[in-house]
Write a protein that binds this ligand. Structure first.
Ligand code: OAD
Length: 230
């Protein structure tokens, strides 16, 4: 049986594809206060602004390509049972060819009913104020906003608990509950944290090797070791 490898990816994973991370120097996200564009309160206050914001992000995503870091993770599927747990709302892991991708914070290329969150639809064009589904429900971006439940968390936890290898890549480890997932690792797991500017990681139940590099070079630096130890 193959060993289990779990990747916990964040915005830094997609930076080399040209997608901006969230916590850049000015504390703004593409010029916006995060709470204005990524919270239920922001949505209530100015739906037009939020729609426009995600429409811009969606349009931008459609011009981006997976980068070398995404590709390298796909290669590891020949050696490990790989699952990617991502905070990213882009589809770059999938486009690179990764088979098992769990999106903790939703997906930019999906929208859902505001009246029943079970109704989720693929969406590649702009979402407009008057778009509705077949039942007449209004639609919103399929994104987990600040203050909202993270329904995929319960699927993510057992994956981390069972992982033999964990690669955390491109995340500031500031947003919970995503940042707490590493605490579910088993003591015998080997973890790596690859980030251009790694955050201090407090206690982890397992050994963690910090690699201060960009995602592609960082993954490249451990890939042979991973293949050999598979
Ligand atoms: P952040 O923007 O907080 O952190 C990005 C991390 O990537 C930082 O630690 C950078 O040092 C690192 N980084 C930047 N470029 C890199 C590169 N080329 N290679 C490797 N690392 C690089 O992003 P997240 O931690 O993903 O939530 O943010 C978590 C959540 O906060 C997001 O999912 C989003 C946001 O608000 C929602 O939208 C709900």
């Amino acid at each position: 049986m193959q060993k289990k490898l779990v990747v916990l990816s964040g915005a830094g994973m997609s930076a080399e594809s040209g997608i901006k991370t969230f916590r850049d120097a000015d504390g703004l996200w593409e010029g916006h206060d995060v709470m204005e564009v990524a919270s239920p309160e922001g949505w209530k206050k100015n739906k037009q602004l939020v729609l426009q914001f995600y429409n811009d992000r969606r349009r931008q995503l459609l011009t981006c390509l997976p980068n070398e870091a995404h590709m390298l993770l796909t290669d590891l599927e020949d050696y490990y049972d790989v699952t990617i747990i991502t905070q990213n709302v882009d589809d770059l892991h999938e486009r690179a060819g990764s088979t098992n991708v769990l999106h903790l914070h939703g997906e930019l290329l999906k929208v859902r009913s505001e009246q029943n969150e079970e109704f989720v639809y693929p969406w590649t064009k702009d979402l407009l104020d008057n778009d509705i589904n077949e039942q007449g429900h209004t639609l919103r971006p399929h994104i987990v906003w600040f203050g909202e439940m993270v329904p995929e968390l319960e699927n993510a936890i057992p994956l981390v608990e069972e992982a033999d290898i964990i690669i955390i890549v491109g995340t500031s480890m500031q947003v919970y509950p995503a940042a707490s997932l590493i605490s579910y690792a088993k003591p015998t797991a080997q973890a790596y944290y690859i980030d251009l500017n790694p955050a201090p990681i407090k206690q982890t139940p397992c050994d963690i090797k910090v690699i201060a590099m960009k995602a592609s070079s960082g993954i490249q630096s451990i890939i042979e070791e991973l293949k050999t130890n598979s």
